[in-house]
Each structure stands twice: as structure tokens, then as C-alpha cells.
Design a protein around this ligand. Structure first.
Ligand code: UDP
Length: 312
């Protein structure tokens, strides 16, 4: 018997499609909504004959109507890579603002749990490291990243207001850099970019002097964290990510070693407002969800490299 019906917006994207798999494996029915701007139908193709899975090509900035009972809506829809959200700035703002509003209204009407995929970008270019949830951030509202950062900050504020005023059961996942199979080869993010450059014998493009840091979480760990948060009763924001922090040039060296590539590292201009450091403080997730990542960077990268090798 089904444990419930959940709607996953952005369900054909990288994290969204893995969440579809997870909820189906855990005996839920899943309705996936995606307008396929950055999502990819091939991520959910394997689910097309699953009787518990429905895909609807839909832009969730419009009114969401689905008949029958729904126990939860997970709002993943958004451009999420810096290259994508700078290419689609207005769509990014609309899905974070209007899309979140529609998804919350839908949750309220169905008495359903609402989970927001928020982001470490709410901390902007942080002045404290690692970042705890009670750090308010350092965001440039009119910089190139502002469209994403501010839409997610607005989404968190709106979700919290729906919780306070309408009693909607909200969950807010602040998702830090996540990687793994089904990332788009050309989404511009550092993981797929450097792996594919290494596999194709091209120079690895490190931006700036590569001293900026990121902390990379493998997709399976992230999915587990989101699933646990969804089933918890925690309504305040929770950081989900892997605190294993690396400099980007150090990360490039790891990619070269794991791929066995002879490529060189070349240094290119650092994009405007590129955060200098990023690392989650996951004390809250550990205490409240009993969650922490289990996959080492090397282990996760090997699986990701295998995925990109197969799709070369
Ligand atoms: N980066 C890089 N080379 C690339 C792509 C990205 O050095 O080809 C850097 C980028 O400047 C940033 C980090 O890698 O400092 C992570 O970038 P990404 O686009 O993956 O996501 P972000 O964490 O900045 O949102």
C-alpha cells in the first residue's frame, strides 16, 4: 500500500529525479512537475512504466491543480547552477517567488507537508566559516547571483510566513554543493566541468587563483538528508551538506588523479561575487535528524566519473 502521494516540482532535475527514485522506493506515489528548462526527461525515463509515477510537463509559476489527496510537496524547481540562473534570471526569480507561492498555496489546500529546496547561497559570500543556520548572510541583491540568492531568501521567508499564519508544515533544506550522476555535463558547475575536461584531455579551468573553497556532498547522502528532514517535524532551516572543505585548485588536482588525466590546470578570471569560502555547519542536522554524510569525496567522485565516462 502507498504511504502517500507526493508532488516533486523540478522532479526531472538532478536532485529532483533522485528524490523521485527515493520516494518511489519507499512506497510513495510520485507526481513530478517540471518545465524542463534545466531538467532533463532522460533523468526520469526509467520511471515511465512505473504505475506509481506520473510526469506532468508544467511551469509551477502557474496555479497548481492536482485532484485527490496529496501528503506532501517538495519544491525543487529552480535553475540552480550559476551559469543557468544567469542565463535565466527572470525565470529563476519567478520560480523562487511565484512558484514557491503556488506550491505553498497547494500545500495549504491539501493539508500537505511543504519542503523547500533552499540553498547555501542564502549566506552569499559569507564572512563566517563554517556557516551555521543562524548566520544571516552577506548577499549582493543586484549582483549576478542575486537572482538566485534573493529568490531563495524570499522563498524561505514565504514558507515561514505560511507556517506561522496558516500552520503549514514546512521544512527548509539549505542545500550545499551536491554532486553525482545525472548532473548535466555542461551546467557550468565545477564538478561536471572539470571531470569532463579531464576525461576529454582538455585544460581544467580553475577560476581565480583556486583558493576559494567548497564542500561537496554526494547525491545519495543529500537524498537521505532531505528524506529525513521531510519526515521530521523541524520547521526551521537546516543545513544539508558535507563539511569536508576543499580549495578549488586542490579539488582540480583530485580530479586529475582520479581520472588519470594528463590535462593541465589553467587559471581564468574569477566570476563576480564568487563566494570565497563555503562549508556547512551541520550540527543541527546531526542533532535533529541524526544525519551526516557517509560518502567520502574520493568514493563519490569515482562514481561520478564513471557516470560521465558512460555518457561520453
Ligand atoms: N569553478 C571553477 N571552474 C569551473 C567552474 C567553476 O574554478 O569551470 C569554481 C567557481 O568559480 C566556484 C567553484 O568552482 O568558486 C564552485 O562553482 P560552481 O559553479 O560549481 O558552484 P557555486 O558553488 O559557485 O555555486
Amino acid at each position: 500500500m502507498s504511504k502517500g502521494r507526493v508532488v516533486i516540482t523540478g522532479g526531472a532535475g538532478f536532485i529532483g529525479s533522485h528524490l523521485c527514485d527515493k520516494f518511489l522506493n519507499e512506497d510513495y506515489e510520485v507526481i513530478c512537475l517540471d518545465n524542463l528548462i534545466t531538467g532533463d526527461i532522460s533523468n526520469i525515463e526509467h520511471l515511465s512504466r512505473n504505475k506509481n509515477f506520473t510526469f506532468i510537463e508544467y511551469d509551477v509559476t502557474n496555479y497548481i491543480y492536482i485532484s485527490g489527496e496529496v501528503s506532501g510537496i517538495l519544491h525543487l524547481a529552480s535553475c540552480a547552477s550559476p551559469v543557468d540562473y544567469q542565463k535565466y534570471p527572470i525565470q529563476t526569480l519567478k520560480v523562487g517567488a511565484l512558484g514557491t507561492h503556488k506550491a505553498l498555496g497547494f500545500a495549504k489546500s491539501k493539508n500537505a507537508v511543504f519542503l523547500l529546496a533552499s540553498t547555501s547561497e542564502v549566506y552569499g559570500d559569507p564572512t563566517v566559516n563554517p556557516q551555521p543556520e543562524d548566520y544571516w548572510g552577506n548577499v549582493n541583491p543586484v549582483g549576478p547571483r542575486g537572482v538566485y540568492d534573493e529568490s531563495k531568501r524570499f522563498a524561505e521567508a514565504l514558507a515561514t510566513a505560511y507556517h506561522r499564519i496558516h500552520g503549514v508544515e514546512v521544512r527548509i533544506a539549505r542545500i550545499f554543493n551536491t554532486y553525482g550522476p545525472r548532473m548535466r555535463k555542461n551546467d557550468g558547475r565545477v564538478v561536471p566541468t572539470l571531470i569532463n575536461q579531464a576525461l576529454q584531455g582538455q585544460d581544467l579551468t580553475v577560476f581565480g587563483d583556486g583558493s576559494q573553497t567548497r564542500s561537496f556532498c554526494y547525491i545519495d547522502d543529500m537524498i537521505e538528508g532531505i528524506f529525513l528532514l521531510y519526515h521530521s517535524s523541524v520547521t526551521e532551516p537546516i543545513n544539508l551538506g558535507n563539511p569536508d572543505e576543499k580549495r578549488i585548485n586542490e579539488f582540480a588536482e583530485i580530479i586529475l588523479r582520479l581520472t588519470g588525466s594528463k590535462s593541465k590546470i589553467v587559471y581564468q578570471e574569477l566570476p563576480v561575487d564568487d563566494p570565497k569560502m563555503r562549508c556547512p555547519d551541520i550540527t543541527k542536522a546531526k542533532n535533529l535528524l541524526k544525519w551526516e554524510p557517509e560518502t567520502s569525496l574520493e568514493e563519490g567522485l569515482k562514481k561520478t566519473i564513471d557516470f560521465f565516462k558512460r555518457s561520453l
